[in-house]
Structures are given as structure tokens and as C-alpha cells.
Design a protein around this ligand. Structure first.
Ligand code: 1CP
Length: 373
């Protein structure tokens, strides 16, 4: 029997899950991408004693690091501490996470023969430590746990380049020169991602986020032809689990409509597109997540508060908005500022009742007073 989707400590009527479903709730939910690690001194203390891989491979440590930001910031959701390359690393593909760099691959995948080295992921055999972490967290948390995985394109960018890239030259060269190998690679990565996400949900992850962080490097045409079918397959393969699905990428302003077509319930928006504009680019029924510019958290408090108010106003009090940063927490951020952002969102964010949403003009950014109720 599959385990229940909603963890015992995180009821299905939590503000985060209700917002994912577009249902009325009493406060604007907020969490931060990359809320674990990075800015937290208690994370750095763990990392002084253990490598990143040791933390991820030791369920008690990974659970502890996931809980650290939840204790401090009191967000409405936790996100599993792991990495998008963890599944392929666990399959023995020769990936290391280098401090200050990111994922580095011993033998990058660039030919049809290389791609054939990618087998299917068996989550229980390959990454039991991740699943144990999920189980520990679900037993401990009183907010929903978000499981996550890398989207086929973003994973491919690491595996083909061999390391973090700014231009994705080799990835694009493969995509544009050998369609058969490209689709074979993305198809295999989609299967790995599906297996990983399904296993996380089976252990109690209450929602999933697919990170296509670097999809914004593509033109809409290339995205639609070479990437969208694979991301769509991921979302379709999760539909029967009935957990909310979030789809996020950076610099994806021109892709938001196409990304929404992949089938997620919520589309993450980076800080480059105002939320009210983003809403016009996605169909009714797909909610926005975002989108405070992460660098705003380095500014003085009045600026932080004004920018939080602006995001809330542009969200218009609609019940399907999840407050987040437009990308991950910057390492320089003072954790106290994130704590304050959560308080301000909870205290000043207002969720309109369904009747008021129906009356609201979607093209109109409400005055600040209206958003603050
Ligand atoms: O809240 C959290 O921090 C949760 C854990 C988490 C998540 C959700 C980590 C830990 N990584 C991720 C996802 C991830 N990893 C993404 C998608 C999110 C995003 O867009 O930021 C990406 C692109 C990666 C790849 C990756 N892993 C990078 C980026 C490299 C680049 O291309 O610029 C880096 C630096 C890593 C290593 C990593 N992952 C996580 C941490 C805390 C670290 C740093 C390791 C350390 O402590 O030394």
C-alpha cells in the first residue's frame, strides 16, 4: 500500500497546500528557495565537521539541516536538504559537489554511448538515505515538506557541460546537432526525476518542486521543441499522486506561458517579471510563486518592507499566491531579515475571500491598502 500523501503533522488544510490548490485560507504562505544552508551559521557549523555529501547521505544530519530554517524563520513549508544531482550521483555517475563551485562530473555525457551509461534510478536501492530523511522529517514537521528534483534540461546542463556553466555552449550544441541523442538524454533524465519524486511523495513529501533553474537560457522555440515535452512527461507522471506540483526557473519571463503548459499547479516567477504581469502570461488556474528579489534582503529594513508590500500588492490577495524569493537565498543574507520577511508576510498579507477574487479586475494592481486589507 502506498503511504498517505499528506504527512501526519502537516494537515492538508495548511495555508501552503491550500494556496497550491487555489483554495481560500487565512494567511499568505511563505517559504524560501535554498532556505537551508547558505545564510545560516548553524548550517556552517555542521559543514565544518561534515562534507556536503556526508550531510546528504546521513539522514539525521540532512533532517537536522532541513529543520534549521524552519525553527528560525517559521515558514509555511520545509524543503528537503539534498541536491538536484543527488539521484545521478547516487547511481554512481561520478559527480562531486565542490565547495564554492557546485556539481562537477568526472566524465561528462556528450555522445550517444555516454548517454547509454545512464540507467534507470531505483530510489530504494540507489538513494535510501534520501528516503529515510523524508520519513524522519515527515514525522517531525508541523508544516508540509516539499520534495524536489532537477528538471531534465537543467540536469542535462550539468551532465553535458561537466560543471556549472554560464553559456551552456556544449549543451546547446548537442541539442541543436544531434536530436536523437538529446531526446534520449532528456528522456532518461525525466525517468530518473519521476522515480525520485514519486519515491519522495510515497514517503510523505506533501508537494514537489521541479527546478528547471537554467531553462531561461533557451529561446521559446527551442524550449518548446527540445525541453517542454520532457518536463510535461514529468508532471503527467505525477498527476495520480494528487500532490501540488511547482515548476520553477530563472530568467524565464519569456517562457512562463510554455512552462505553465508543462502541467504544474504553480509556476515559480523570478524577480525580473512583476507578479501581476506574470499572472497574465499563465492560464487561469495556475498560481504564481515568488518573487522578492533576493538582493533586497541585503537592503535596509524600510526597503525590505516596501518591496514585500509591493509583491503582496501585485499578487492581489489571490488565494493561489505563494510568497517566495525570486531565486535562492543569497549566502550574504542576515537570517534575521528572512525571519522578518516571514513575519511581515504573515502580518500584512491578506487573502481575499472567493467572492472578492471573482470581482477583482485581473489587470488592475490593487492599491497597497487593498492588498493589506
Ligand atoms: O534549501 C536548500 O538549500 C535545500 C537544498 C538544496 C536545493 C533545493 C540544495 C543544497 N541544492 C538545491 C537545488 C539545486 N542545486 C539547484 C536548483 C535551485 C537553484 O536554482 O538554486 C541547482 C541549480 C543546484 C546545483 C548546485 N548544487 C549548485 C549551483 C551551481 C551553479 O550552477 O551555479 C551548487 C552550488 C550546488 C551545491 C549545493 N547544493 C545545496 C547546497 C547547500 C550546496 C552548496 C554545498 C556546500 O555547502 O558547500
Amino acid at each position: 500500500m502506498p503511504e498517505p500523501a499528506a504527512p501526519p503533522g502537516a494537515p492538508g488544510d495548511s495555508p501552503f497546500l491550500r494556496a497550491c490548490r487555489g483554495e481560500p485560507h487565512d494567511r499568505v504562505p511563505v517559504w524560501f528557495m535554498r532556505q537551508a544552508g547558505r545564510a545560516l551559521p548553524e548550517y556552517r557549523a555542521v559543514r565544518e565537521r561534515h562534507s556536503f555529501e556526508q550531510v546528504v547521505h546521513t539522514p539525521e544530519l540532512a533532517a537536522e539541516v532541513t529543520l534549521q530554517p524552519v525553527r528560525r524563520y517559521r515558514p509555511d513549508a520545509a524543503i528537503l536538504f539534498s541536491d538536484i544531482v543527488t539521484p545521478v550521483q547516487a547511481m554512481g555517475l561520478g559527480v562531486t559537489i565542490q565547495p564554492g563551485v557546485g556539481p562537477v562530473v568526472d566524465r561528462p555525457l556528450r555522445t550517444r554511448e555516454d548517454v547509454d551509461r545512464l540507467r534507470q534510478l531505483e530510489p530504494d536501492v540507489d538513494m535510501p538515505f534520501v528516503l529515510k530523511t523524508v520519513s524522519l522529517l515527515v514525522a517531525e514537521l508541523d508544516v508540509p515538506l516539499i520534495g524536489f528534483a532537477g528538471a531534465p534540461f537543467t540536469l542535462a546542463s550539468y551532465l553535458v557541460e561537466g560543471r556549472p556553466s554560464k553559456s551552456y555552449t556544449r549543451t546547446k550544441a548537442l541539442m541543436l546537432s544531434d536530436e536523437l541523442t538529446w531526446h534520449r538524454l532528456l528522456d532518461r533524465l525525466a525517468s530518473i526525476t519521476i522515480a525520485s519524486l514519486r519515491a519522495q511523495v510515497a514517503r510523505g513529501a506533501a508537494a514537489v518542486q521541479l527546478f528547471d533553474s537554467w531553462a531561461g537560457a533557451l529561446s521559446p522555440d527551442d524550449y518548446e521543441r527540445a525541453v517542454l515535452p520532457h518536463s510535461r512527461r514529468v508532471f503527467e507522471a505525477l498527476a495520480d499522486l494528487e500532490v501540488p506540483r511547482i515548476h520553477f526557473g530563472v530568467a524565464t519571463g519569456e517562457l512562463l506561458g510554455l512552462m505553465a503548459q508543462a502541467g504544474a499547479d504553480i509556476v515559480g516567477v523570478d524577480w525580473r517579471v512583476p507578479l501581476d504581469v506574470a499572472r497574465q502570461r499563465v492560464p487561469e488556474g495556475v498560481g504564481p510563486q515568488g518573487n522578492l528579489e533576493p538582493a533586497v534582503c541585503l537592503a535596509p529594513q524600510p526597503t525590505v518592507e516596501a518591496r514585500v508590500a509591493d509583491v503582496l500588492a501585485r499578487a492581489g490577495g489571490r488565494p493561489d499566491h505563494i510568497f517566495n524569493l525570486g531565486h535562492g537565498v543569497l549566502p550574504e543574507t542576515d537570517p534575521g531579515v528572512l525571519e522578518h520577511v516571514v513575519e511581515v508576510v504573515h502580518e500584512t498579507g491578506r487573502v481575499l475571500p472567493p467572492a472578492a477574487v471573482a470581482d477583482a479586475d485581473p489587470d488592475q494592481v490593487p492599491a497597497e491598502g487593498a492588498a493589506r486589507g
